[in-house]
Design a protein around this ligand. Structure first.
Ligand SMILES: Cc1ncc(COP(=O)(O)O)c(C=O)c1O
Length: 396
């Protein structure tokens, strides 16, 4: 019989929560299922030939460096390239403001490790990215939800009144996962003003900002308050998730704390992928590839929108985000997307139920659809199946 681990588990381990998305996606793993579940980029956006060439080039030039341990803060060449991108937008940063992480998920984990004590509250969107909620729970943090149109000061002052002042505010201001909502400049300023007034840190999680199809780009929250805001960037959605490359942009003091936490987490992020990414950017290939990716995703967003209009029964609504990878769908009040999921799986189509993104246990009548990953052909067929499944649910 397997050893019962319960008496050995730490309190942190006991408060960890399994990803409902990963569990759902396991169900949706069969080849006949068209999945709108994961937040995966489209494989056709991966610049395979350019990367092959750069990898061969670097293996000739610097095999010893490429296959060696790297520094905890990460490749200087890569940090320079990342800093340059922010400098281009007028943000005054240098490599001392940047640490490379094993993609953004590690940054969320390290920040939770550095800042959260058991019971500490974190203000986050309703809905919000599940992986961030998981990181907060892992350190016994308590995510508290705020709707995108709710007054931030009212929520924060109510929490302060019961001795639960948030340790930080967690925001995904651009094309939020899962809602697709982008914060206006006024909202950004409102949140920063509240953070300043109540002395709270702000985490700006920013994987989608560069994937804008139309409309005007908003300034990062970091650029509006570089002392208080900790920005998380990643190449996972704009380049290749398999490299597992992200970064934290923050004051040198915050970077130093994260550095110490990272030392005990994984010593360093693989230097191989860092140097390849740096060379890719030095050759000015990154922006060219990204422009093509944005065109592809814009077209896919439009196609999904069109298909939903065509196949979804009346009463169902969805967002039309100006960027990012997701649409968020709302069923009429009283219907549960978990029930829809059961029907949809029988129709060989999958998505992520909205409830998993709501730290207050609500959102039953919502679900998330990814439009970046599947082929156009599968998208049309998948939404058709989804429309059929939804019609079955609504006619019950
Ligand atoms: C808002 C947000 N933050 C962070 C991540 C983690 O991405 P990665 O660890 O691949 O950088 C994701 C992935 O979907 C995300 O949507």
């Amino acid at each position: 019989m397997a050893l019962d681990l319960t008496p050995f588990l730490s309190n942190n381990a006991k408060s960890m929560r399994r990803s409902a998305i990963r569990d759902l996606l396991n169900v949706a793993n069969k080849p006949e299922i068209i999945s709108f579940g994961g937040g995966f980029p489209n494989v056709l956006t991966f610049p395979v030939d350019d990367l092959k060439q750069i990898m061969a080039e670097l293996m000739d030039e610097m095999p010893g460096k490429l296959l060696q341990y790297g520094s905890t803060e990460g490749s200087v060449a890569l940090r320079k390239q990342i800093a340059k991108r922010y400098q281009k937008d007028g943000v005054n940063v240098g490599i001392e403001n940047i640490i490379i992480t094993t993609a953004s998920q590690q940054a969320l984990d390290l920040l939770s490790r550095v800042f959260l004590n058991p019971g500490d509250t974190v203000l986050c969107g309703l809905p919000s990215y599940l992986g961030a909620l998981q990181a907060f729970w892992s350190y016994q943090g308590m995510p508290i939800g705020i709707k995108h149109d709710e007054e931030a000061e009212a929520v924060v002052s109510a929490l302060c009144a019961i001795g639960k002042k948030p340790k930080f505010i967690y925001a995904i201001p651009d094309f939020q996962n899962p809602s697709g909502v982008t914060m206006s400049l006024e909202r950004r300023k409102e949140i920063l003003a509240v953070a300043k007034k109540y002395d709270i840190l702000v985490i700006e999680d920013s994987p989608y900002k560069e994937i804008r199809f139309e409309g005007e780009s908003q300034p990062t929250m970091y650029s509006l308050d570089p002392e208080r805001v900790i920005l998380l960037g990643t190449f996972s959605k704009t380049f290749v998730p398999g490299f597992r490359l992200g970064w934290v942009l923050a004051s040198p003091e915050v970077i130093d704390r994260i550095n110490v936490a990272k030392q005990s987490a994984d010593l360093c992020t693989p230097i191989f992928s860092q140097e390849v990414a740096a060379r890719y950017m030095e050759k000015d290939l990154y922006d060219k590839n990204l422009a093509k990716t944005i065109d592809m995703y814009r077209q896919k967003r439009d196609l999904m929108h069109e298909c939903l209009t065509k196949y979804m029964p009346e009463g169902v609504t969805w967002t039309r985000p100006e960027g990012g990878l997701f649409l968020f769908v709302t069923l009429p009040e009283g219907y549960d997307s978990k029930e829809l999921f059961e029907i949809a799986i029988k129709e060989n189509v999958a998505f992520v139920i909205g409830e998993v993104f709501y730290c207050n246990g609500k959102g039953q009548n919502t679900f998330r659809l990814n439009f970046s990953y599947v082929s156009d052909e599968d998208m049309i067929e998948g939404v058709k199946r989804l429309g059929k499944a939804t019609a079955q649910l609504l006619s019950k």
